[in-house]
Design a protein around this ligand. Sequence first.
Ligand SMILES: C[S@@+](CC[C@H](N)C(=O)[O-])C[C@H]1O[C@@H](n2cnc3c(N)ncnc32)[C@H](O)[C@@H]1O
Length: 216
Amino acid sequence: MKQIQPGIFSQNGMIYTKAGSDRSVYGENFVEKDGQKYRRWNANRSKAGAAVKNGIELNIDTDSEILYLGAASGTTVSHFSDILQEGFVYGVEYSDTVIRDLVEVAEQRENIAPILGDGRKPEEYGDLIDGKVDVVFQDISQRDQPEIFLKNIERFLKEDGVGLLAVKARSISSSKHKEEIFEEVREKIKEKMEIIDETELDPYEKEHLFLKLKKK
Ligand SMILES: C[S@@+](CC[C@H](N)C(=O)[O-])C[C@H]1O[C@@H](n2cnc3c(N)ncnc32)[C@H](O)[C@@H]1O
């Protein structure tokens, strides 16, 4: 098992995090190595996992605080929770059915706060977040996802923090070519932020762009 980023490991072409709980979250396998249990991080099920496989350094440290928009049932949040041995993740999700699974995941761990909220209305959950965070991550598949992202960056990201944005081309337009959509997103985001790295998420996710950003 070779460490490739803080809290992220690789073996035989697959990536892993140290298991923060014995319970499988989405059917992933566990492997044991030198007395340590690791959870396989399936890049086909997680855009952050796909980005890691495609060479993006997430800049998540073991003591980072993360605001995660579009937490869903906690697939990726659970791996962030594994990485964050001394850190914390706030998971915002607006579906009251989906968030039930996230709450179950959070009950097994001590560093996840599930928040039922709409990323478009940061004022509604701002009081639940303790100060500013090191990383804002967003995966919400909405037409206005760049605007939602920037709103949250402005309010919650530390000046030297990192923004991570997964863009699904088909959520933004069903007719335009993906390159045109991605370029429009880059232009919008670049009004406030600088792109420090990017990748598409093939072969794990089709027509997805992943941007790593910092404040200007
Ligand atoms: C593609 S899924 C996220 C998968 C998740 N990031 C993972 O890797 O485990 C998108 C999620 O964003 C949620 N969502 C969509 N719009 C939202 C909004 N405005 N605010 C908060 N959550 C939203 C959806 O309900 C859905 O659960």
